[in-house]
Write a protein that binds this ligand. Structure first.
Ligand code: ADP
Ligand code: MG
Length: 256
């Protein structure tokens, strides 16, 4: 049965989507069966996995509104090596449409139940907000992976997310926990980043992943080719770091 993880951080531009698609590709390369769920109406994880968000017949929107199953709506990305439950702008409407419906925060959880046996990992790319879409992700997940840049306000921003996760844990999903904080876009030459990284380890100890993702331009270039960096340039430092991270994740779930 699959383990389901949200990639979440309420800040935009911190590396959620990059982490989702590259961890997915890294896991696929070491033989894991992976589904990426794009919960962001921007559809970046969709495009970054080589699926055209403008040409979707069915998407995660239809799954949330229960007009399609995961098995019907998912697509295979042959290049990336994993399946994608895609998203586009239509998903922004689901936010509004869900409000009036029953079990509005459990729709994704229910839908994924039926597909769990098909995967080792389900990775949910969340939008940069604590919206009803994110809540669907958090309700469906066993844990949260938090990508973060080691910058001055990083710790402050983290407390909102930690509180939300605590509340979801207490009220909606007893399984939910923070799996770990992933340091991304890291530049060891910047003293401040080293300091924040040290602080993170002091505060969060083994909740900080061992793997560090460096700032690497190949990771930023890959989406314009419709590929995860891990596939686009496997030998790049960024890709290698994500393959390491995939191995670390496999090790962690063995002990979960
Ligand atoms: P989010 O999904 O949190 O909004 P993204 O994953 O889209 O963040 O990343 C924001 C920007 O930073 C993108 O342009 C992405 O290509 C770039 N980026 C992410 N991680 C790295 C990295 N390790 N090195 C260089 N650029 C990165
Ligand atoms: Mg994103």
């Amino acid at each position: 049965m699959s383990k389901i993880f949200c990639i979440a951080n309420q800040k935009g531009g911190v590396g959620k989507t990059t982490t989702t698609v590259n961890l997915a590709a890294g896991l696929a390369q070491i033989g894991q069966r992976v589904l990426v769920v794009d919960l962001d109406p921007q559809g970046n994880a969709t495009m970054g996995s080589g699926v055209d968000k403008r040409a979707l017949e069915l998407s995660v929107y239809d799954v949330l509104l229960e007009s399609a199953s995961v098995a019907e709506a998912r697509q295979r990305s042959e290049k990336a090596g994993y399946d994608v439950l895609a998203a586009n702008r239509e998903l922004a409407g689901a936010e509004v449409e869900l409000v009036g419906l029953e079990r509005r925060d459990r729709r994704l959880k229910a839908a994924l139940e039926a597909a769990r046996a098909d995967y080792d990992f389900v990775l949910i790319d969340c939008p940069p907000s604590l919206s009803l879409l994110t809540l669907n992700g958090l309700c469906a997940a066993h844990g949260v992976i938090v990508p973060m840049q080691c910058e001055y306000f990083a710790l402050e921003g983290l407390s909102d997310l930690v509180n939300t996760i605590k509340q979801v844990h207490a009220n909606l999903n007893q399984d939910l926990k923070i799996i770990g904080l992933l340091r991304v876009m890291f530049d060891p030459r910047i003293t401040l980043q080293q300091q924040v990284s040290d602080q993170l380890k002091e505060h969060f100890a083994d909740k900080v992943f061992d793997t560090v993702i460096p700032r690497n331009v190949r990771l930023a270039e890959a989406p314009s080719y419709g590929l995860p960096g891990v596939v686009f340039d496997k030998s790049s430092k960024g890709a290698q770091a994500f393959i390491e991270f995939a191995k670390e994740m496999v090790g962690r779930i063995d002990t979960m």
